[in-house]
Design a protein around this ligand. Sequence first.
Ligand SMILES: Cc1cc2nc3c(=O)[nH]c(=O)nc-3n(C[C@H](O)[C@H](O)[C@H](O)COP(=O)(O)OP(=O)(O)OC[C@H]3O[C@@H](n4cnc5c(N)ncnc54)[C@H](O)[C@@H]3O)c2cc1C
Length: 361
Amino acid sequence: MTISVIGAGPAGSYSAYLLAKEGFNVNIFEEHNIVGKPIQCTGITTSFISNYINTNADFIVNKIDTVRVYSKNNSLEFKLKKKNIVMDRYGMDNYFLNKALDIGAELNVSHRFIGTRDGQITFKNNGKIISLNKEIVVGADGPNSQVAKSFGFIGKKDNLLGLQATIIGEFEEDVFQVFLGNKISPGFFAWIVPENRSRARVGLAVRNSQDKAYFENFIRNQGKVVDRQAGLIPVYNPKMQTEMDSVFLVGDAAGQVKATTGGGILYALMAAEELACALKNHKSYEKGWKKRLGKSLSTHLLLRNCLNRFTDKEYDQLLEMLKHEKVKKLIQDYDREFPIVLLIKLSLFQPGLLRYISKVI
Ligand SMILES: Cc1cc2nc3c(=O)[nH]c(=O)nc-3n(C[C@H](O)[C@H](O)[C@H](O)COP(=O)(O)OP(=O)(O)OC[C@H]3O[C@@H](n4cnc5c(N)ncnc54)[C@H](O)[C@@H]3O)c2cc1C
């Protein structure tokens, strides 16, 4: 069986690696001529990434042990038990790609998937149209998935627009800063992720492209902008279809992204594992990934919908409640990837927090 993986981001390349390892014949098709560029990502994850990479690899840019959150009139700092990892996305994407190539997958760059017809899949390659037999197709082609559109997958997902600049200035090397508030980034948050003392990735996300002024306001006075990036961040839709006959969606194409933070790298890697397991064992991929990740993704979505209703004053109050020492310790110790256990424990220590959240749901 030949598997055509569309897209060589982390979801595509890691799926290709795992599937080739299971003995499938795997072809990767990437629309760009270079894998990993353009970069449209901050590249920060929790330490959970150490399950997939060596955290001393050469594409690790920084390790951060402090998260500082600001609201309009309040702030709160957490020391993380396990450091967050900041990666160079070009390096990370090529790390997963090389794993796939080393085990026998083949790469076709400058191949843009454009559609399907009569049992074939069609690509544009430097102006030429190429059609190949469709056997198994993995749509790992990001938030605007052409695979999802062409095969008529049911369920629409909304996308936020992530805007980011690389800035040369003065930064705290160990501190990931998060800014909450309706005047800063309504419906999301703004971030400063340092690469080192003099260089940081600074960004936010907006719902509409007309709202880009929030970004310009935020980066003003942060330092010298040396690079700008923009990309879509899908909002998880639990009803979205991700499997149809022999076509599967994984990563951003399937909307497998944490709605609280927009982080999708780790969920893409975990979903790739579920895909390889399903194809190997002739089981349902959708059931498999939903069993493992569905509840966490839905909890992130619930929290996001709740946060989106907060006023600036409520953000101030929320940070105040989180200052309770036992609550702070819980947040420091628990991984933000999987929020359910944390929420349950938080409700035991600080019942007011859940009452407060349910008030605005
Ligand atoms: C501004 C911003 C900041 C972010 N920061 C973080 C972060 O700090 N941490 C985190 O975990 N997540 C972050 N994310 C989200 C993260 O980037 C994605 O969740 C992750 O890249 C998903 O991987 P993927 O492989 O599914 O998709 P992608 O990385 O988007 O890869 C898709 C690949 O498919 C290719 N492709 C697209 N269409 C076609 C086609 N028709 N034919 C062939 N190839 C195609 C693309 O060129 C690309 O190589 C951020 C996103 C944005 C926009």
